[in-house]
Design a protein around this ligand. Structure first.
Ligand code: ACO
Length: 377
């Protein structure tokens, strides 16, 4: 080892910078965006208003919101080149690969890619916010053998996504549950994908490169990929009566139980109660035996994990099943997370640039000591 400094594997517990965007208040176990408790934002505000709050520091007034909404709606359509490029990607690839490629391509197309001014950043962030749902919806439809549905500028962000995915907008209760998930997913301080975006930005690279990298970080099942993995896990268990036995086998095989545990929350993810409430409403309105089976299994596994490991669910646990009940295909769950988290990522990219320091930690070397290279080969 070349240093005796304390090692923090996974940067656990390390504070690397300040942020004004969000924080988890450990004493009250609550998450705030720009000072506002996220559960209050989710209950009373639209996703567009929360996006504005994250980017500009304040909730918009009525005039500002109307301008913001009009700008977002105008940017939703994809140009033909992008649509054709994405339609050529193999259907065997994951929808997160499509999204990652799309973000990278938007950067290649944007003549202002390298402009790092706050105004240029806000324009690029809005462009991504507007276009990513169009990409995700078209990709889901393509995999179902359907033509894309054009965005509807008369619809809000959440409603329009349903419209582009399914050619119709569901009951307002369902849209509301979806919007709540978008608000809860929007921002979470220095999580792995946001930190990735900040690392890329710290080299003075461009916003699209930072977001492309963040999409890659979010894809993993220990992070955003967990909402999709939750659904696969529920399908694997199948019968609610098998939850405890399955859990024992999974733990014996040293598997991580998807949708449980969190690096920051020690007493439960503060976002879970409000998402669980939204999920319960979706279950109640479905009144379907198959939905009841899934909800019973979901609750049984939650109880079993709590009793056996003392671990709480994280946001991905209720969100995964909620997205299934809303009709989305399982591989689309993490792309939906991107549609929301792109707001947090881009807020952090702007903040990183405002007082940048290259992010470059040290490592304690654990390889062979210095030795002479062999003279003869
Ligand atoms: N399943 C089984 N065991 C777990 C789980 C889990 N989901 N989470 C934590 N543990 C165990 C660890 O193995 C460890 O046990 P040990 O001390 O016997 O080795 C102990 O609990 C403590 O783990 P932590 O220190 O809390 O783990 P860490 O902070 O490194 O990991 C993480 C956090 C990656 C989220 C982990 O809980 C996990 O893998 N969860 C499953 C994946 C998941 O749901 N990810 C979504 C995160 S939230 C989000 O992205 C929105």
């Amino acid at each position: 080892m070349t240093t005796s400094a304390e090692i923090h594997r996974g940067l656990a517990g390390v504070v690397v910078d300040t942020t004004e965007i969000s924080t988890v208040i450990q004493e009250t176990n609550s998450l705030t965006y720009r000072g506002y408790p996220v559960q209050d934002l989710a209950a009373r505000y639209s996703f567009e208003e929360v996006a504005h709050l994250l980017w500009y520091g304040e909730l918009p007034d009525a005039r500002r919101l109307a301008e913001f909404r009009a700008a977002e709606r105008a940017l939703r359509p994809l140009d033909r080149t992008t649509a054709e490029l994405l339609a050529r990607l193999p259907e065997t690839c994951h929808p997160m690969d499509v999204l990652r490629t799309a973000v990278s391509f938007f950067g290649a197309e944007d003549p202002t890619e390298g402009d790092g001014s706050p105004a240029a950043h806000h324009a690029k962030a809005l462009n991504l916010l507007a276009k990513l749902p169009t990409v995700v919806a078209a990709d889901q439809r393509r995999r179902r053998g359907l033509d894309p549905v054009a965005p509807d500028p008369g619809l809000g962000y959440a409603e329009n996504f349903f419209h582009m995915c399914f050619g119709g907008v569901p009951d307002p209760d369902v849209v509301r549950c979806f919007e709540i998930s978008l608000v809860l997913y929007a921002e979470h301080s220095f999580n792995a994908s946001t930190f990735t975006a900040r690392v890329v930005t710290s080299t003075l690279s461009d916003l699209y490169s930072a977001v492309t990298a963040a999409v890659g970080a979010l894809k993993g099942p220990l992070h955003g990929g967990a909402n999709e993995a939750v659904m696969h896990m529920l399908e694997e268990i199948g019968d609610p009566a098998r939850a405890e036995e399955w859990l024992e086998e999974a733990l014996a095989a040293k598997r991580k139980i998807m949708g449980f545990g969190h690096r920051v929350y020690r007493h439960g993810d503060s976002r879970v109660p409000i998402m669980q409430d939204a999920l319960d409403r979706l279950v109640a309105r479905a009144a379907d035996p198959e939905v009841t089976r899934l909800a019973t299994l979901h609750a049984a596994l939650r109880r079993a994990v709590r009793a056996r490991k003392g671990i709480h669910p994280n946001l991905d646990y209720p969100a995964g099943l909620a997205y299934h009940l809303m009709g989305f295909d399982t591989p689309v769950f993490t792309p939906v997370f991107v549609m929301s988290r792109v707001t947090g990522w881009t807020a952090h990219i702007t903040e990183q640039l405002a007082h940048n320091a290259l992010i470059r930690p040290l490592a304690a070397y654990a390889g062979p000591g210095q030795r002479p290279v062999p003279i003869a080969r």
